[in-house]
Design a protein around this ligand. Structure first.
Ligand SMILES: Cc1cc2nc3c(=O)[nH]c(=O)nc-3n(C[C@H](O)[C@H](O)[C@H](O)COP(=O)(O)OP(=O)(O)OC[C@H]3O[C@@H](n4cnc5c(N)ncnc54)[C@H](O)[C@@H]3O)c2cc1C
Length: 510
């Protein structure tokens, strides 16, 4: 074995490496290799852009961005994304004090506003229940075999807490709880929390600290990483069709062949695949020759990969008061049952509308709104533009992808009219919505540990492919789904890219 290893590596002192995918995992792998002097690599990206599930789009000519994919830096401590953003001063606008002064509204379908006191009480109970869900994994407490889902656990435990309330008080608490479940579906990336494994839920590690956005756009992080990678190392519009990882090429020692959809072939010593779990689920059988080992296939099929989408509405005039940060939609649960027609109910999966940009136009000048004086109308020559963003997951999210922008606008106007009890909601100037489910190079949004799968499956997923007669890894796997504790996140994806690049570098280090 050792002889084979030294032969395979010493043939090419500088290995040729192919990275599949130019999302943050692929770019991080490339940046790491460059930093270590491994310059002979190509990043093959299926689409015409880099970034993958990080995608910031301009919403005006003044540099304001909307995020179609990753939105927040989840936590500060030990978060490499936060470190890059902080060191490069990408966060400064976030400290503007207007975000601190704005408040949330909790509104029922008939426009009734719910007091903050009740919301806080429900949130306290809900937070405790989420903590209990995490404890099953963290403390190794066994869950019952018939009831290993986060959804069933939360619903049954919350029902007990509701016992002491009656009538309207009980109903309102139930609606707030239901809304928290919809939010949790988007956090976990599932259709229903009944799909999420209770015993494995605590395997995701939440990093301490608040959640930041990046005002110049999340893609600014990628631009910083990309500075170390020569442009010629990127090959866009190059979908990979097949990776043959057991070739014999005596002369070059390059034993992996990557064939693209257009027929072009690349030979390499090592390949780092960063394609999403959704892409692996759909294509792993035809993408790898020889086929993937059984345990890796089982991991791919069993781990969960859900759909989370966003609906972003751009209004030319204000729709909500400028001191409002988010409208929490407390849908009436009776009208939200299963079996309902998705055309008339899809939007009931949206749990809130957040004001992502709210700025005043004075003539040609634009100012971010810094104070909260509650004004919602045109003032003299002033004119306020607003961007509202809603999130939804699962079947309703995939259904939304099939609608036209006009249909989405019509439905959202009705929601706003109902919850805000306003007759005159203007038509949005623009509707931006994501289609992560039908995007063939993503096929979903992010990973969760589904009922029946295990956290240990992530170890199988990240295990490199090494031929039986060798101990030199040929195909390595990175991407958010392969991070054991930060799966589903940008920092997990970035660290997985570093991990696999390091694995290659260490093969060639004395
Ligand atoms: C709506 C949404 C909101 C999110 N919010 C957050 C958030 O707030 N915070 C956070 O940390 N994370 C968030 N995430 C998750 C985060 O965006 C991802 O975890 C991360 O960007 C994944 O990076 P990656 O490099 O692993 O995969 P990707 O970004 O998917 O990169 C893989 C790349 O491979 C390419 N590819 C696929 N197939 C092929 C092929 N056959 N040949 C060549 N190339 C191929 C793809 O085009 C893509 O560019 C969110 C994701 C979504 C969808």
């Amino acid at each position: 074995m050792d002889l084979e290893k030294s032969t395979e590596n010493s043939r090419t002192l500088k290995p040729k490496i192919i990275i599949i995918g130019a999302g943050i995992a692929g770019i991080a792998a490339g940046e790491f290799l460059s930093r270590k002097g491994f310059t002979d690599f190509q990043i093959l990206e299926a689409t015409g852009r880099t970034g993958g599930r990080i995608w910031s789009v301009s919403v005006d000519d003044d540099g304001h961005k909307a995020e179609l994919g990753a939105n927040w830096i989840h936590g500060i401590e030990r978060n490499p994304i936060f470190q890059i953003a902080d060191q490069n001063h990408l966060l400064q606008l976030r400290h503007a004090d207007h975000t601190l002064k704005r408040h949330d509204l909790y509104v029922m379908e008939n426009g009734t506003r719910v007091s903050e006191k009740i919301v806080k009480e429900v949130d306290f109970s809900y937070g405790m229940l989420i903590q209990q869900c995490e404890d099953f994994f963290v403390s190794g407490i066994p869950t019952s075999d018939e009831n290993d889902s986060v959804g069933e656990y939360l619903v049954s435990e919350f029902e007990e807490k509701l016992d002491k309330y009656s009538n309207n008080d009980r109903k309102v608490r139930q609606l707030i709880f239901n809304q928290r479940l919809l939010l949790e579906c988007c956090i976990s990336g599932c259709d229903r929390l009944e799909e999420v494994s209770l015993s494995e839920f605590g395997s995701y590690e939440e990093l301490p600290g608040v959640h930041y956005t990046i005002p110049p756009g999340f893609e600014a992080i990628l631009e910083i990483l990309k500075k170390s990678i020569p442009e010629k190392n990127f090959c866009l519009n190059k979908p990979v069709k097949c990776v043959s990882w057991d070739m014999s090429s005596e002369k070059t020692g390059q034993k992996v062949c990557v064939e693209c959809e257009d027929g072009e072939k690349f030979y390499a010593n090592h390949v780092i695949s960063t394609v999403s779990l959704g892409v692996l689920k759909a294509a792993c059988d035809r993408m790898f020759v020889p086929p993937l080992p059984k345990d890796k296939k089982e991991a791919i099929q069993s781990l969960g990969f859900g759909i989370v989408n966003k609906v972003i509405l751009e209004f030319d005039e204000p729709v909500v008061a400028s001191d409002v940060f988010r409208i929490h939609l407390l849908w009436d649960s009776q009208e939200n049952g299963p079996g309902t027609d998705l055309r008339s109910t899809w939007f009931r999966k949206m749990y809130s509308f957040e004001v992502v940009h709210d700025h005043v136009l004075i003539g040609d000048q634009v100012q971010d709104r810094g104070t909260c004086n509650g004004e919602t109308n045109h003032i003299g020559s002033q004119h306020t533009r607003q961007l509202l963003m809603g999130w939804l997951s699962g079947n309703q999210a995939i259904f939304m992808e099939s609608l036209t922008e006009e249909e989405i606008a019509d439905d959202c106007i009705e929601i706003l009219k109902k919850f805000l009890q306003k007759k005159d909601i203007p038509r949005p100037k623009r509707v931006l919505r994501t289609r992560w489910g039908s995007n063939q190079y993503t096929r979903g949004s992010y990973t969760f540990i589904a009922v029946g799968s295990y956290h240990s499956y992530i170890d199988s997923l990240m295990e490199p492919l090494t031929p039986v007669d060798s101990d030199t890894p040929r195909v390595l796997f990175a991407g958010e789904a392969t991070h054991p504790t930060f799966y589903s996140t940008t920092h997990g994806a970035l660290l997985s890219g570093y991990r696999e690049a390091q694995r290659i570098v260490s093969l060639y280090s004395p």
